[in-house]
Ligand binder design. Structure first.
Ligand code: AMP
Ligand code: GLY
Length: 423
C-alpha cells in the first residue's frame, strides 16, 4: 500500500515503523523527522498545512492516510482528504470535537451516562469565579479548546483558581481555546490510557492499555510535560476495568455520537482516573497518545496497514486485532531545560549502537538531519523503547538503550513503570 502518515514526532515514527514491519508498503511522512527518513520518504509539508496535504494527496493518491496529531484532525484534514475518495484513519472534524472541545466531550459523556467528573461551563470570569463556591479545593480549571496540552490547571487554592479563570477568559492566555472554560471536580486516583480503534457503532477494539508519566522528574515531581515515558500493559487496568471501559465508556459514547449523526473512525483515546470515585473519564483524545503509542504499537501483531485501512473504511473486525503478550516500555530522552526553554541542534551519538540491541527500538521525537549528523530539534528528542519477557525486562532493556545514547544535557526519568513495580 502507498501510505501517508501526517505528523513528525515519536508517535508518527512509531506508526511509520509499525507499518514498515508489515513489509511491502511505500510510506511517506509529512513532515516526518530524522527517524522516519530511514524507513519512509519525508514530505516537506507541515502537519497543519491542510491545503498542501490535500494537494499532495490529490496528486499522489495514497491508498491510506494516517493522521497522528489532533490539530489537523480538528482542522478537518480527514474530511478534506476523504472527499477525494482516499481512506483516512482519523476522525472527521465534527468527531474530533471529542478532544477539540472539552465542553462538547463532557456533554456527550453526560448524555451517554459515562462516568466523568462533574463540570460547569462558563464564558464570563465573574460567573466562573462565583461557581467556585459550589466546588471544593483542589479544583480543576480547563480551557475548552485545544491548548497544546497546557490548558488544564489544578488549583490548590481559591486564589490560584481565580487567577487561572481570569488568565483564560479575560487575558486569553490560550487564545480562542479559552473563549470558554470548565470548572471541574478534582478526582483522585491512578491515571491510565485506554485507546480504542473505532470504526462506527459495533466496531470497537481496545488496544492494550498503557500508562503515561506526565511530570518531568522522578516520583511525579516537577512541571507537566507532553509525557516522559510509558509502558504497556498497565496493571491498574485489570480485565474488569477493560470490560467496564468497553461497556460503560466506549460503546455508549460511540452510540451517542452516532445518534447525533457522527460516525467516529480512528482512535478514541480515553484518559481514565481509577480511584476512590470508581472509574471516571478525565478526557478523550481523538488520536493515538504520545508516548503511549511508542509502547503500544510494538505489541500489535498482524498486518497493521490492513487493520487501519479497515477501520478507516468503517469495516473494522474487532476480532482481527492481534495483541502480543510481551510488555513494552518507552523512555523519553529530553533536551536540557525541557519542558521549559531548551536549545536545538545538539549532536546525538550512539543511535546505531542502541538500535542494534536486541528488542530495542529508538523512536525519534524531535530530531533533524544536519549534514549527515542527527541533531536535536525538539524538547522530547527520543523515545527509547523495548519489548521484554516481562515488564522489568522491557524497562531494563530500554534503559540499556538510553545509556548507549548521548547528547549534551540529555535528561530522562529513571522510574518509568514505577507504579507497576510498586504493586
Ligand atoms: P488534559 O490536558 O486534558 O490531558 O489533562 C491533563 C491532566 O490533568 C490529566 O492527565 C490529569 O492528570 C489532570 N486532570 C484533568 N482533569 C482532572 C480531574 N478532574 N481531576 C484530577 N486531575 C485531572
Ligand atoms: N500522552 C498524553 C497524550 O497523548 O495526550
Amino acid at each position: 500500500m502507498k501510505i501517508l502518515v501526517i505528523g513528525g514526532g515519536g508517535r508518527e515514527h512509531a506508526i511509520a515503523w509499525r507499518l514498515s514491519k508489515d513489509g511491502g508498503h511505500e510510506i511517506y511522512c509529512a513532515p516526518g523527522n530524522a527517524g522516519t527518513a530511514d524507513i519512509a520518504t519525508n514530505v516537506p509539508i507541515g502537519a497543519e498545512d491542510i491545503d498542501d496535504l490535500v494537494a499532495w494527496s490529490q496528486l499522489a493518491r495514497p491508498d491510506l492516510v494516517v493522521v497522528g496529531p489532533e490539530a489537523p484532525l480538528c482542522l478537518g484534514v480527514a474530511d478534506r482528504i476523504s472527499a477525494l475518495g482516499i481512506p483516512v484513519f482519523g476522525p472527521s472534524k465534527e468527531a474530533a470535537r471529542m478532544e477539540g472541545s472539552k465542553s462538547f466531550s463532557k456533554e456527550v459523556m453526560e448524555a451517554a451516562g459515562v462516568p466523568t467528573a462533574h463540570a460547569e461551563r462558563h464564558v464570563k470570569a465573574d460567573e466562573a469565579i462565583a461557581a467556585l463556591d459550589r466546588f471544593t479545593l483542589p479544583v480543576v480549571i480547563k480551557a475548552d479548546g485545544l491548548a497544546a496540552g497546557k490548558g488544564v490547571i489544578i488549583a490548590k487554592t481559591r486564589a490560584e483558581a481565580e487567577d487561572a479563570i481570569r488568565s483564560i477568559l479575560d487575558e486569553r492566555q490560550f487564545g480562542e481555546a479559552g473563549a470558554s472554560l470548565l470548572v471541574e471536580t478534582f478526582l483522585e486516583g491512578e491515571e491510565a490510557s485506554i485507546l480504542a480503534l473505532v470504526s462506527g457503532e459495533g466496531r470497537i477494539a481496545l488496544l492494550p492499555p498503557a500508562q503515561d508519566h506526565k511530570r518531568v522528574f522522578d516520583n511525579d515531581e516537577g512541571p507537566n510535560t507532553g509525557g516522559m515515558g510509558a509502558y504497556s500493559p498497565a496493571p491498574v487496568v485489570t480485565d474488569e476495568v477493560l470490560d467496564f471501559a468497553m461497556e460503560r465508556i466506549f460503546k455508549p459514547v460511540v452510540a451517542e455520537l452516532a445518534k447525533r449523526g457522527i460516525e467516529y473512525r480512528g482512535v478514541l483515546y480515553g484518559g481514565l482516573m481509577i480511584g476512590p470515585a470508581g472509574i471516571n473519564v478525565l478526557e478523550f483524545n481523538c488520536r493515538f497518545g504520545d508516548p503511549e503509542t511508542e509502547a503500544i504499537l510494538p505489541r500489535i501483531g498482524g498486518d497493521f496497514a490492513s487493520l487501519l485501512l479497515s477501520c478507516a473504511k468503517g469495516e473494522l473486525d474487532p476480532a482481527s486485532l492481534v495483541i502480543l503478550p510481551q510488555p513494552c516500555a518507552t523512555v523519553v530522552m529530553a533536551a536540557p531545560g525541557y519542558p521549559g526553554k531548551y536549545p536545538k541542534g545538539l549532536p546525538i551519538s550512539g543511535l546505531d549502537a542502541a538500535g542494534a540491541m536486541a528488542d530495542v527500538t529508538v523512536f525519534h521525537a524531535g530530531t533533524a538531519d544536519k549534514d549527515g549528523q542527527t541533531v536535536t530539534s525538539g524538547g522530547r528528542v527520543l523515545c527509547v523503547t523495548a519489548l521484554g519477557s516481562d515488564l522489568r525486562d522491557a524497562v531494563d532493556k530500554a534503559y540499556s538503550g538510553i545509556r548507549a545514547i548521548s547528547f549534551e544535557g540529555a535528561h530522562y526519568r529513571k522510574d518509568i513503570a514505577r507504579r507497576a513495580f510498586n504493586r
